[in-house]
Design a protein around this ligand. Sequence first.
Ligand code: SAH
Length: 404
Amino acid sequence: MGHLKPALPVALDLTGRLVAVFGGGPVTGRRLRTFLAEGAVVRLVSPWACEEVQDLLAEHPDRASWLQRDYAGAADLDGAWLVHTATGDADVDARIRSDSDERRLWCVDETDALASRASVLTSTRVETPDGTLTVAVHADGDARLAATVRDGIDLALRSGDLDLRRHRPRETGWVALVGGGPGADGLLTTRGHELLASADVVVIDRLAPRGVVSRLPASVRVIDVGKTPGHHPVPQDRINEILVEEAERGHGVVRLKGGDPYVLGRGGEERLACEAHGIPVEVVPGVTSAVAVPAAAGIPLTHRGIAKAFTVVSGHEQIPTLPPGTDHTLVLLMGVSTLRDTTRILIDNGRPGSCPVAIIERGFLPDQRVTLGTLADIADTALFRRVQSPAVVVVGDVVDLAHS
Ligand code: SAH
């Protein structure tokens, strides 16, 4: 069994504190980046510096200085709170280490990790709306083991599997408008998962990804404001009020919406309502069904030689203003109930009745169904097959590329 060196993990706030750094190679570059990101003042002593180090020095002229020479003795440690050496010359590093010891300064010696009494731990962090969460790993000098464990923890932090909710009361809460994607769990962003793991309250839509919602811890309060066709939806004003009220009670609130919050999702209104009450809001984009659901049926919205542009619409008022060519792809959201009128107006405005059309119901969900036809016959086919919302309608030549 190896002999373990005692090591106490400690968190240092380096803001405004001087770190004396020796050596100009890539190891120094990595650390320099960290120290500067932590707000430290850095003084580099080294006869040369690699490109990364030079760039970092140039980016932070206010907090980084460079004495372009060799280590000149203990006076080079003056004023430092922490010392970092990676000169590549073991003798020089050892001298810097022992001079630091004499001055009771902590010295990280990258060249001889075993002799060094201080080390910078491999770490990962998540920015939650309540602050930064950092997890650091000490593996007794085994950098690869530390990185493996760090990566495992990183995965857990970002997957939403770890409950990151805060246990200290907050003065004010926060709201995050999170785009949930078209319904499949895998299409929610990592940032979305991180925020869900930090939320006390989750306000969901009918189209929010249900799998993700079902795995939330039981103590997370889920408020369903979902609209089912034919049922009374919670009015938008009331949804805005719920977000504001919950945040004002000090809760962290995720508003989990289908697709992208800013694509026919009234996300802009929700953000403005929160901001009007001084509540901090983060908006996390989502994979919009307008683009993704056609892809679930194998339909690219643009394709070399077939279509160069697409338009997303949610009603028919705009149709007369759209390019009529079948090489301009049209995507209709919320278009099922008005499909017959829409196809008629499209034909009246110059699109050929033979133009291909696809309807993709419940894209990315287990019961996804695709109905193909033309502008002339799709309304009848949809009626016959009892096509229902939610569905995305795609009109244009690209429909011919659909999976058969
Ligand atoms: N903000 C959402 C769109 C909300 S409007 C987004 O960016 O995706 C609601 C419409 O989105 C539905 O009527 C339907 O046209 C479409 N939609 C959303 N999810 C869908 C899915 N999984 N399958 C098919 N259509 C979907």
